[in-house]
Design a protein around this ligand. Structure first.
Ligand code: PLP
Length: 466
């Protein structure tokens, strides 16, 4: 084993972690008992832990390390920027070169008239900005009652009060409540909720809920609709092909603003710069974060169309901003990340090499007795675990039991593949090579085999009676 010696022994680190470090989205006592895995290094698609294990990162961290770990040029840019200008703000009639250059670059890459960027420190913050931005837009236009935002159940938009409220996850709402003026419609999840409908009809039906909700609330009260092109944290839910065109038609018909949350789907994940291009969506605002800097620095933002930016500007000062909006080091690193994506042709690599190679092998996982559907758009994939594929059945055990057991096998086999309920999801670095995809698939199959054996032995391959 390749032991790393420049830190305390793992057990001591775990004890300190349990004593002092409050983890996000974690059962603290459960973690303290088990001890957290300590990641010490990253290179390409590979992580090393404090015990020297070589782990293949099927999740690109949290969907963010698009260009892979260990890029020297980003480290160099950060060091240089810190020496030159470590910090300055963009409030009060000042600006700096990295924020200017990054905003201009994003405007160049973003489709249509999405030409203006409001910077934030994260995706959650950017969505908080969006709430204020769309409400301010209608206020300036003399329609201050237009403030309700329609979102989806099982959508994820972050975990600040605003982001968590836009998201449609009841466990998040249960811890701290929701802000006002946000309502949710059902998600376009055909495998789990489509029953006897065709995918196409189901997509239309779920989109039609937006129209019904607008009419129920009164269009004079509705500001915007927000959705992820593909739901990520909800389980990589790829909507039926009929869904987004119908959502677009409804937003256009009623003149409400459309926000595409591109925090995961932006910057190459779906095989285009933005998921909106993959699905033909024309949003007024895009939320970005994660792949914007490949996770090398915390940065997010809202890309805003000409009209919305002009109206908000007409209203005079917009009382909103973050100390670190457009932080120079984060902006310089993000700019270098975009240069790497562009100059190395990483999105082409996704489209012509990695996606086709993985797609064939990912789809073949449906031959496994535990796997129902397999979905893969660009390098964002999911498989549904099921006790009965023909019926698209759920397990009789509590939702997530089987997914968790399967994830534990992945963990043991040094593959990072997450579970959301009883779906397994991947979102590897975009630079993954065919040889690395072979390793990912081999470890996934081994984990599925082991999980299947455990489930059979424990009597868990049983369908829920609907
Ligand atoms: C991760 C995520 C967010 C929140 O971003 P943070 O940087 O964690 O605040 C928002 N929207 C989507 C779609 C995400 O996946």
């Amino acid at each position: 084993m390749n032991m790393i010696t420049n830190h305390l022994p793992t057990a001591e680190l775990q004890a300190l972690d349990a004593a002092h470090h409050m983890h996000p989205f974690t059962d603290a006592n459960g973690l303290a008992t088990k001890g957290a895995r300590i990641i010490t290094r990253g290179k390409g698609v590979w992580l090393t832990d404090s015990e020297g294990n070589q782990i293949i990162d099927g999740m690109a961290g949290l969907w963010c390390v698009n260009i892979g770990y260990g890029r020297k040029s980003l480290a160099e840019v950060a060091a240089r920027q810190m020496e030159e200008l470590a910090y300055y703000n963009t409030f009060f009639q000042t600006t700096h070169v990295p924020a200017i250059a990054l905003a201009a670059k994003i405007a160049e890459l973003a489709p249509g008239d999405l030409n203006h960027v409001f910077f934030a420190g994260s995706g959650s913050e950017a969505n908080d900005t969006n709430i204020r931005l769309v409400r301010r837009y209608w206020q300036v236009k003399g329609q201050p009652d237009k403030r309700v935002i329609i979102a989806r159940k099982n959508g994820y938009h972050g975990s600040t009060m605003g982001g968590g409220s836009l998201g449609g996850m009841s466990p998040i709402h249960a811890h701290g409540g929701m802000i006002d003026g946000i309502v949710h419609i059902d998600q376009p999840y055909w495998w789990g909720e489509g029953e006897d409908m065709t995918e196409a009809d189901f997509g239309l039906a779920r989109a039609k809920q937006l129209e019904d909700k607008i009419l129920e609330l009164g269009v004079e009260n509705v500001a915007a609709f927000i959705g992820e092109p593909i739901q990520g944290a909800g389980g990589v839910i790829v909507p039926p092909a009929t869904y987004w065109p119908e959502i677009q038609r409804i937003c256009d018909k009623y003149g409400i603003l459309l926000i595409a949350d591109e925090v995961i789907t932006g910057f190459g994940r779906t095989g285009n710069w933005f998921g909106s291009q993959t699905f033909g969506i024309k949003p007024h605002i895009m939320t970005i974060a994660k792949g914007l800097s490949s996770g090398y620095q915390p940065i997010g933002g809202s890309i805003v169309c000409d009209e919305v930016a002009a109206v908000v500007a007409e209203g005079g000062e917009f009382f909103h901003g973050y100390t670190y909006s457009g932080h120079p080091v984060a902006a310089a690193v993000a700019l270098e990340n975009l240069r790497v994506i562009q100059e190395e042709g990483i999105i082409d690599h996704v489209r012509t090499v990695a996606h086709p190679y993985l797609k064939e092998r990912w789809d073949a996982l449906t031959d496994h007795p535990l796997v129902g559907e397999a979905k893969l758009v660009g390098l964002m994939g999911s498989i549904a675990l099921t006790p009965d594929k023909a019926k698209r059945a759920k397990f009789a055990s509590e939702a997530g039991t089987v997914g968790f057991k399967t994830r534990e096998r992945c963990f043991a086999n040094n593959l990072i593949m997450r579970h959301v309920g009883d779906r397994m999801i991947i979102s590897p670095p975009l630079v993954i090579t065919p040889a690395e995809i072979d390793v990912l698939i081999e470890r996934a199959k081994k984990s599925l085999d082991e999980s299947y054996a455990i489930l059979k032995a424990e009597g868990l391959m049983v369908a829920k009676q609907e």
